[in-house]
Write a protein that binds this ligand. Structure first.
Ligand SMILES: Cc1cc2nc3c(=O)[nH]c(=O)nc-3n(C[C@H](O)[C@H](O)[C@H](O)COP(=O)(O)OP(=O)(O)OC[C@H]3O[C@@H](n4cnc5c(N)ncnc54)[C@H](O)[C@@H]3O)c2cc1C
Length: 562
């Protein structure tokens, strides 16, 4: 059996290596348009920032490793330009010489990835404007930054004032993963970074109120954020530097521009071959990664997959799904009955020592789908036992089915322990788990790592209280004619207040119940929702109609604003 694999990075390389492990006799040819196979594109921004100092560290396995360890024939700088599914052949062009050869296949795997979106804006190809996808891309960025540094030299080095050098100005266009990671890394290099984003939030897969935490944290760390900015073009000015032009008028001066506007599936080859393309532009595949031609498979960023939670088609450009899909395609080619379960979109980004992560569906996606059978909770647990030094609070949002408690999604932001909480919930979602499972799950604990009641248990307990009716819930954006009861200590009110709220501290509540109305719903607030829960329980057991406002003042900050 001869198998050709197009694309030699995440999906392609994992498919090739897995196939060899399953079938010693298969003839495997992997072709890659670029100069490298199996490189770590997820590490590219960190090479720009110098966290990964050596370019060679990004090259996970080279052609020699594939050839010697796996007996896989690799051709780099070799582009697949046409597929004849009738003849079962692929035309391959040597990118350096232009020579075209034709290879036959029994099975073909497409893992061509996604290409950066590059709108046809005036000036978009000017020198100093970069995209971040490949090792050569980041080499150019590094060389540019080094080449444009103004180091004091000669006499200048002694005069003193020349050491106060104007920092280079970088503008990042786009507030997704790559834009944010590039922004952080360029701040580390001493550049003044402005990040402009078209919409009203960063990190599109998150809900806007959770993204607010990320936006604030970036701003605190020196990234100038400009939301709701539509870039209209780029201009080179007299001294050779750039200007980023916007629809609304403001101009952002820049010495360097990084485009992180998003990616689109590389579908041209598949389209030309007549393979089915989905409505979102990805190659259509079934759960065994077959395209519409049973002998052609496709994996990775180029394919449309079913969302694990909603069952809708979706495009998710992430390394985990690409690797697993590559492995599944290899299994199926080798005669095994492996199936892809769908993509949950579990993702994480690290920024200035903090992290934002999510898994499953967002609330805004549920709203887009018209799905109203859900509830959400906000909670702010400590990352580990509060008495052990270094605990930081996490902002967590969990979304679940109102009707049966099934977990639908979770998002978290914080400086410690974000990844393990979202990973645990991701696993629960994949196993069809409910909030009641989170209540019961037994997780490892010692004070430096977590709490006896882990944030994951805690989320389950809070959500289960809601569904069992022990804690009726409300949210800042869904209150009408509310009687607001604030049960915080008066000293806390000096810092921030909810307008119109009546303050009865929790420890006085039992004695002052006669000050509260029995004919209105009472919405209870505290800082994070915990004391409000205790108060809600007191009120409910005394015959009041009470609700806890989820996340208290901490969620108010991001939902209503300060
Ligand atoms: C800067 C950056 C940071 C990232 N960080 C993360 C992260 O932290 N976490 C995460 O989960 N994901 C991250 N990703 C996304 C992740 O890298 C991709 O989801 C994953 O690599 C997709 O795998 P793939 O095989 O589909 O495509 P790729 O890994 O992109 O490989 C596709 C390859 O196919 C080649 N190719 C395309 N067309 C042809 C053709 N016709 N002939 C021959 N070769 C062709 C391309 O040159 C390319 O090298 C990041 C991506 C980038 C660019």
């Amino acid at each position: 059996m001869k198998v050709i694999i197009v694309g030699g990075v995440a999906g392609g390389a994992s498919c090739a290596a897995r196939l060899r492990r399953l079938d010693e006799t298969a003839e495997i040819l992997m072709v890659e348009r670029g100069p490298y196979v199996s490189y770590a594109n997820c590490g590219l921004p960190y090479h720009v920032g110098g966290v990964i100092p050596r370019e060679s560290s990004l090259l996970v396995a080279d052609e020699r490793v594939f050839r010697e360890q796996f007996a896989i024939n690799v051709r780099t700088r070799c582009e697949a330009i046409a597929i004849s599914s009738a003849q079962k052949t692929v035309d391959l062009r040597n990118v350096v010489t232009g020579e075209v050869t034709t290879e036959s296949y029994d099975k073909l795997v497409l893992s061509p990835g996604a290409a950066p979106i590059s709108p046809s804006l005036p000036g978009i190809d000017l020198p100093g404007i970069f995209r971040v996808r490949t090792v050569p891309d980041v080499r150019m960025i590094r060389e540019w930054i080094e080449g444009h540094a103004t180091e004091p030299s000669g006499m200048d080095a002694y005069t003193g004032f020349q050491t106060i050098m104007p920092a280079k100005r970088a503008v990042v266009v786009g507030g997704g993963f790559i834009g944010l990671e590039m922004a952080e890394n360029m701040v580390h290099l001493g550049l003044q970074v402005t990040l402009v984003q078209r919409g009203d939030q960063l990190l599109g897969p998150m809900d806007p109120e959770m993204a607010r935490y990320v936006e604030r944290y970036l701003a605190k760390n020196g990234v100038r954020l400009e939301l709701n900015v539509d870039v209209s073009g780029f201009k080179q000015v007299a001294n050779g530097s750039l200007e980023v032009l916007t629809q609304a008028g403001p101009v952002y001066p820049a010495d360097l521009v990084v485009l992180g506007i998003g990616v689109r599936p590389e579908n041209e080859l598949a389209k030309k071959a007549g393979l089915a393309i989905g409505a979102l532009g990805g190659i259509r595949v079934d759960d065994q990664m077959h395209t519409s031609d049973p002998d052609i498979f496709a994996v990775g960023d180029a394919v449309e997959v079913k969302d694990f939670v909603t069952g809708q088609w979706s495009l998710v450009a992430l390394a985990g799904p690409a690797n697993r899909q590559g492995r599944i395609a290899a299994d199926v080619i080798a005669g095994r009955d492996s199936r892809y379960r769908g993509t949950q979109g579990s993702a994480i980004i690290g920024l200035f020592g903090a992290a934002a992560a999510w898994t499953g569906v967002s609330e805004k996606m549920l709203n887009r789908l018209g799905d109203t059978d859900y509830e959400k909770i906000y909670l702010y647990p400590n990352s580990h036992a509060g008495y052990y030094p270094g605990a930081k609070y996490l902002a967590v949002k969990v979304i679940f089915r109102k009707s049966d408690g099934r977990l639908l999604g979770a998002q978290a932001v914080g400086q410690d322990g974000v990844d393990k909480r979202i990973d645990a919930i991701a696993m629960a979602i994949q196993l069809g788990g409910t909030i009641y499972d989170l209540e019961e799950v037994e997780l490892c604990y010692a004070p430096q790592f977590g709490s006896a009641k882990s944030p994951v248990n805690f989320a389950g307990m809070v959500a289960a209280d809601v569904l069992r009716g022990d804690m009726p819930l409300s949210h800042w954006n869904s209150m009408e004619n509310a009687f607001l009861l604030d049960v915080r200590h008066p000293a806390e009110l000096a810092i921030e207040q909810a307008p119109g709220a009546v303050n009865i501290p929790l420890d006085q509540l039992r004695a002052r119940l006669d000050e509260l109305p029995r004919d209105r719903e009472i919405y209870v607030i505290c800082r994070s929702g915990q004391r409000a829960y205790y108060a809600t329980r007191i009120l409910l057991q005394n015959g009041f109609n009470a609700r806890n406002i989820s996340g208290g003042m901490l969620s108010r900050e991001v939902i209503v604003g300060k």
